[in-house]
Design a protein around this ligand. Structure first.
Ligand SMILES: C[S@@+](CC[C@H](N)C(=O)[O-])C[C@H]1O[C@@H](n2cnc3c(N)ncnc32)[C@H](O)[C@@H]1O
Length: 499
């Protein structure tokens, strides 16, 4: 019975968000029972209720001494009896097993009725289904050019994982194929099932490749657009290769919100490990992770700073020309392949709205601080949120308060990326909406993401290059009024996590 007690405890912890399913990856058997019980949790709960098992067998259940809520122990036992391959409770003996077996015939009968009611013929069809968008998202492998070339990395991946190049467009990518991603230099997509093999290989453990979502690679590429060639090698496999020149025009680059360091290490690679990057992180534990990642990725041009970026005096840093800001957000765009197992109705909308208001106020503050650096030419702002309140609305409000900056045009903002921003928060200005990038899990095969790029208007080449109006001219809501309305419009907030 110990195995089932462990599994029951695991299911309860996962559902209470005290741990994630992945914690149990060390034991295949335990992981399988936990995932499968979660998958059939709705129907298992219905069966327990219909048969009144908890009160009818109270004594036997108590005798088993479950760690937490007894319903979870009954759920894992019922799972094995009704949904496992052998349809039997195999591990352990005891009064609770005998008690459940006494109800076997009734339970099977009720399960048949549930299938009929749902209009399905198999038990499988009664389980929760994975979100199809999440299923299709590949694993993106960023080749860290600080440590290895694209060609060498691909040769090693072909050998280690038996991969061949995939030129098709149908998703998911076949498990024995890789695909070069055209929008980002040195990025390769593979089937998600390869993740574990990659993370145990020296390519990964030596920092030669980094697993990083396509969307997360966008902000550094937009920030250092001038170093990344987009058109010169058109038609070739690697259309976005890093250019050889242009570094002399880039001063110090700041990553204001850096840990764990995915974007910092990409900035470092795009600068070919030259020049200078200051990477700020104010949470000590996360700062430790940042330091480790920067060292692992072989970044010699990164100086990490344990501290609050908003406390850095802009006047003391006249050398700074580019700033990347990827601040804390709701994380509502993050698609987890296992989320469907733990999704529950969340009715604390008011708390979520308040949190989003606080976050968007902070997001505006941190961008405003970056704009005070006297020689900063380009600032990229990004979130892994899908909410306009943290995205277009933050950008619009910032533009109104800082007329010395404009949005960089689509031309220098991954122009070929098809999904762009929403125009309503920009007062209907479709050029502004086109200038910003959105990533939508269902259509773009990435996590939900947002990127905007501000250029200082009076700097050489810094004005938006497709001629849209200055921000103050747009008739969007002023920031104060917008904030008042935030509570109302943020009603759809889901999955609030702060990273
Ligand atoms: C979304 S995460 C950044 C992820 C990172 N850009 C990456 O790609 O790996 C935001 C980080 O910014 C940090 N942060 C938030 N406000 C900060 C501030 N004022 N100064 C420095 N770090 C900050 C948070 O602690 C968190 O680690």
């Amino acid at each position: 019975m110990d195995f089932y007690k462990k599994a029951a405890e695991a299911v309860e912890k996962v559902l209470n968000k005290q741990t994630s399913v992945k914690t149990f990856a060390h034991s295949k058997r335990l992981l399988a029972v936990v995932v499968e019980t979660l998958k059939y949790q709705d129907v298992l709960k219905q069966l327990i209720e219909i048969t009144d098992l908890l009160s009818k067998e109270r004594k036997a259940i108590k005798f088993a001494k479950p760690q937490g809520n007894p319903i979870f122990l009954v759920m894992v036992l019922l799972h094995d009896l009704l949904f496992s391959k052998r349809q039997a409770i195999e591990a352990g003996q005891g009064p609770i097993k005998d008690a459940i077996l006494r109800h076997k015939t009734r339970l099977r009968g009720e399960l048949t009725k549930l299938r009929v009611r749902a209009g399905v013929t198999t038990n499988e069809e009664l389980g929760r289904k994975a979100e199809s968008a999440a299923e299709l998202i590949p694993r993106y492998v960023r080749i860290n050019s600080n440590r290895i070339s694209l060609d060498d990395a691909i040769a090693e991946m072909k050998k280690a994982f038996g991969l061949a190049e995939y030129t098709g467009d149908d998703m998911p990518i076949p498990a024995d194929k890789y695909k070069i991603v055209k929008h980002i230099p040195n990025l390769v997509a593979v089937h998600a099932s390869l993740s574990q093999r990659i993370t145990s290989h020296t390519l990964y453990t030596n920092g030669r490749v980094i697993l990083q979502d396509l969307a997360s690679c966008m902000p550094p590429v937009v920030l250092l657009h001038e170093l990344v060639g987009e058109s010169k090698k058109e038609g070739k496999r690697r259309a976005n290769e890093v250019e050889d020149d242009g570094l002399e025009n880039v001063g110090t680059v700041i990553d204001g919100t850096a840990a764990p360091g995915n974007k910092t290490t990409l900035l470092s690679a795009l600068m070919r490990n030259k020049g200078k990057i200051l990477a700020y992180e104010h949470v000590p534990k996360r700062y430790e992770t940042l330091e480790k990642m920067v060292a692992m990725a072989g970044c010699q041009n990164v100086e990490t700073v344990l501290g609050d970026f908003t406390k850095c005096d802009p006047k003391s840093r006249t050398d700074v020309t580019h700033i990347l800001l990827d601040p804390s957000c709701t994380g509502s765009g993050i698609v987890n392949r296992l989320d469907y197992l733990t999704e529950q109705e969340n009715d604390d909308k008011e708390a979520q709205d308040e949190r989003m208001s606080a976050l968007s106020a902070f997001q505006e503050t941190i961008i405003g601080h970056a704009m005070k650096f006297p020689n900063v030419r380009r600032i990229v702002y990004s979130t892994c949120s899908i909410h306009e309140e943290e995205n277009e609305s933050v950008v619009m409000s910032t533009l109104i308060q800082h007329p010395e900056f404009n949005l960089a045009g689509r031309q220098s903002c991954l122009k070929d990326w098809p999904t762009r921003g929403h125009s309503e928060p920009f007062g209907g200005d479709s050029v502004k909406a086109e200038s910003v990038i959105r990533c939508t899990p269902g259509t773009d095969l990435t996590n939900g993401f947002f990127v905007a790029c501000f250029d200082r208007i009076d700097s050489a080449g810094g004005v938006a290059d497709d001629g849209h109006k200055q921000a103050g001219q747009a008739d969007a809501q002023p920031a104060k009024k917008r904030r008042k309305n935030k509570k109302k419009s943020a009603k759809s907030a889901k999955n609030i996590i702060i990273v």
